[in-house]
Write a protein that binds this ligand. Structure first.
Ligand SMILES: Cc1cc2nc3c(=O)[nH]c(=O)nc-3n(C[C@H](O)[C@H](O)[C@H](O)COP(=O)(O)O)c2cc1C
Length: 270
């Protein structure tokens, strides 16, 4: 495992690189089943169902280390997180209520109370903030948002691995001037969503049926444009229909994929 600035218990000095002696591959293979079960067991749990205890400060730090492991094109670190501790939740609740009043000046007292309560629901609440830059043609903002999504997902999966449940919530208030000013957002920044973490008091249920992932192989180009070679430049265009071998193939048959014949392994486009 690689850690950033973890402290080595023996030497009390930063153990910056703790790579498993046998490298990454065996770890990934041994842990795949557990990783798959973990990933598939994650589901959104609304903040109202999340109660104490949430992650403690050490666990929270671990989760933020996971966020830092997200892929980051250009290494721009185009996101940050703000922890809203219990004693500051009323400020976020107030911002939510003011945002509602801006949108609907006739909002009832009950609606305003509900808006305020949204900030006060889970033991731990992080706000994910996108800090994208637009002056990097090679790293468009959408790449940067993908990085934020990956960071959020890392936090979610880490929290689930610790036994917590997680809910994401966004909503129109996130873009309001009240939320923006509370978090002192720069013009280029945007509050994307709240990440609520705690213990779920909701029955896990069966969860939603996961969607069919739409993935197809490129159709093979006409043979006249290809020359078979033993070159090591590999362009794998063809594949067999992997879905037919998947365990839930029957359920995933929303749009059948036309089977594509296997192409020769080494192909170089002329
Ligand atoms: C950026 C983002 C914002 C979200 N905001 C909300 C929200 O405001 N309210 C809500 O009920 N769910 C919200 N969700 C959670 C989705 O509703 C949830 O992921 C979806 O229903 C799929 O369920 P699953 O996460 O259990 O697979 C959000 C998810 C994402 C990725």
């Amino acid at each position: 495992m690689i850690r950033g600035t973890a402290t080595s218990p023996e030497k009390d000095e930063p153990a910056t690189l703790q790579v498993a002696a046998n490298g990454f591959e065996p770890i990934a293979r041994v842990d795949f089943d557990r990783a798959r079960d973990l990933i598939q067991s994650r589901r959104h749990v609304g903040p109202r169902w999340l109660v104490d205890p949430g992650p403690n400060s050490d666990q929270l730090e671990e989760l933020l280390w996971l966020a830092a492991a997200a892929p980051d094109h250009g290494r721009l670190i185009p996101w940050r997180f703000v922890l809203v501790p219990a004693e500051s939740r009323h400020l976020l609740g107030r911002a939510f209520a003011l945002a509602l009043l801006d949108r609907d000046p006739g909002a009832s007292e009950e609606q305003l109370v509900t808006a305020r309560e949204k900030a006060d629901r889970a033991p731990v609440l992080l706000v994910a903030i996108a800090c994208t830059v637009s002056d990097r043609a090679d790293v468009p903002p959408v790449d940067q948002l993908v990085s934020l999504g990956a960071a959020i997902q890392n936090i979610q999966l880490g929290a689930v691995a610790m036994g917590f449940s997680v809910g994401l919530s966004s909503g129109r208030a996130m873009d309001s001037m009240h939320v923006r000013s509370l978090f002192e957002l720069a013009e280029s920044e945007r509050a994307i969503c709240c990440i609520s973490i705690g213990r779920s008091v909701k029955s896990n249920g069966v969860g939603r049926v996961r969607p069919n992932v739409d993935v197809r192989s490129l159709p093979p180009p006409p043979l006249s444009s290809l020359r078979c070679t033993t070159s090591s430049r590999l362009l794998a265009l063809g594949s067999s229909d992997w879905r037919s071998a998947a365990p839930n193939a029957a359920r995933s048959a929303r749009r059948p994929i036309r089977p594509i014949p296997l192409m020769p392994t080494f192909i170089t486009l002329i």
